[in-house]
Design a protein around this ligand. Structure first.
Ligand SMILES: Cc1cc2nc3c(=O)[nH]c(=O)nc-3n(C[C@H](O)[C@H](O)[C@H](O)COP(=O)(O)O)c2cc1C
Length: 401
């Protein structure tokens, strides 16, 4: 649709992708997305913020050149180097070999390996700034939002924050500004969904980033996906703050979540007893059936739990499918260093339990007890042992607090 003036001498020069159905091969994008890029024109110099996805390079460069030739741009600022923000970088550098590529220290190796030849580049860090003449860009290194390279760029005179994926949304509306959207509530839902799919594992980093930008005036947020935010900005900032605070270390209770799959009820019998054992301690326990309970509810509880127990039968030498679904959904959380354990019933070989333990270890969870397993239907004696195992696990979790 071409360049859009967002303020005097500041232009959106991105690309709309309304047809996109899946992002990064896993995230459904029912409202498409946008790849935002911004051009800031100072009295002396010009800076482009973010490159774009490679397959839109031609359209992207055409849009930039509605404002000024690429050859006249002095800087390209890469807040983050995921290919949807850096894919067009080689084409920009090809057209303008003198352009100075600006990135965070951690980004250098990404940029080197994206351009793959000599280029004019510079790493910046907190407090560095670039004077374009009446427009000053300053930088905040905000790692892991959501890659180690991420930084925010802030335009001091206009109070505009360019935070890349942070505060973004996969939402395509040609009206661009959040105060002009056709369906504001739908866009806000897309914003919340984007947070839960992309930013949710990085809570500590979100809180650190807020500390860094504390006190700066933000009149407009120009993220790299979705609407430009210039109305109701506090809503967006507060949503991130509240969600980042929803963390197991902030839970007033010590909590364990049990999730099981069961084909014939044997693993569920163990789960019930393990729960009883935990309840003999002061630890709060939540229990879910991975096949029938709502996966978002399960993830919400694991998010604020200090311990996670997963029960699976062995089916054809593997864990049960609902347990694999759970593993796939855990991608939105960082569970490293929390306590975990595996249990289950099996018939003859028991790989499902071992597989579950291996995944928990790979996610860098701590397994204080060996897995609890029984052959086929648990006996009364085994059920008592399951209860004791649950109690012991709860005590291990309490020890860790
Ligand atoms: C389709 C199917 C495949 C199975 N494959 C295995 C297997 O490869 N190894 C094993 O130890 N048990 C296997 N079993 C046995 C189950 O793990 C065992 O019956 C267990 O008690 C089921 O627990 P549940 O009632 O919690 O589903 C299989 C059972 C079914 C129904």
């Amino acid at each position: 649709m071409g360049a859009v003036k967002i303020k005097d001498n500041i232009y959106w020069v991105g690309v709309f992708d309304p047809e996109l159905e899946i992002f990064d091969i896993v995230i459904p994008t029912e409202h498409g997305t946008t790849y935002n890029s911004y051009l800031v024109i100072g009295e002396k110099k010009k800076a482009l913020i973010e490159a774009n996805k490679k397959n839109f390079t031609e359209e992207y460069i055409k849009t930039i050149e509605e404002v000024c030739p690429v050859s006249e741009i002095d800087y390209i600022i890469l807040n983050h180097n995921e290919p949807d923000h850096s894919g067009a970088l080689p084409a920009i550098v090809e057209r303008n070999p003198n352009i100075e590529v600006i990135y965070s220290k951690t980004a250098k190796s990404f940029v080197d390996n994206i351009i793959n030849k000599e280029y004019n580049g510079r790493a910046v860090t907190d407090g560095d700034s670039i004077d374009l003449g009446g427009k000053t860009l300053t930088f905040y290194h905000t790692p892991f939002l959501h890659w180690p390279d991420t930084m925010f760029t802030y335009l001091i005179e206009d109070h505009i924050l360019f935070p890349c994926d942070f505060l973004g949304a996969h939402y395509c509306d040609y009206n661009l500004f959040n105060d002009k959207l056709e369906n504001k509530e739908e866009a806000k839902a897309a914003f919340r969904f984007y947070y839960s799919m992309i930013m949710r594992p990085y809570k500590e980093h979100i809180l650190k980033a807020f500390k860094k930008i504390e006190g700066i005036q933000i009149d407009m947020v120009c993220p790299s996906h979705g609407p430009v935010l210039r109305e109701d900005i506090d809503y967006y900032l507060n949503f991130y703050k509240e969600q980042a605070d929803r963390y197991y270390l902030n839970n007033p209770y010590t909590q364990i979540t049990i999730v099981y799959g069961t084909a014939y009820g044997n693993t569920k019998m163990l789960a019930d007893k393990i729960k009883e054992g935990i309840e003999e301690t002061s630890v709060k326990v939540k229990m879910f059936d991975a096949a029938t309970d709502n996966m978002n509810d399960i993830i919400d509880e694991i998010e604020i739990s200090h311990g996670l127990l997963i029960g699976s039968p062995t089916l054809n030498a593997k864990a049960a499918k609902p347990i694999f679904t759970l593993f796939a959904n855990l991608v939105v959380l960082n569970v490293a260093n929390r306590k975990a354990g595996a249990f289950g019933s099996y018939g003859w070989s028991g790989e499902g339990i071992k597989m579950t333990e291996d995944v928990l270890k790979t996610m860098r969870m701590k397994l204080p007890l060996p897995a609890f397993k029984v052959k086929m239907t648990p006996s009364e004696e085994e059920l008592e042992k399951a209860k004791e195992w649950g109690r012991e696990f709860a005590l291990k979790v309490l020890e860790g607090n």
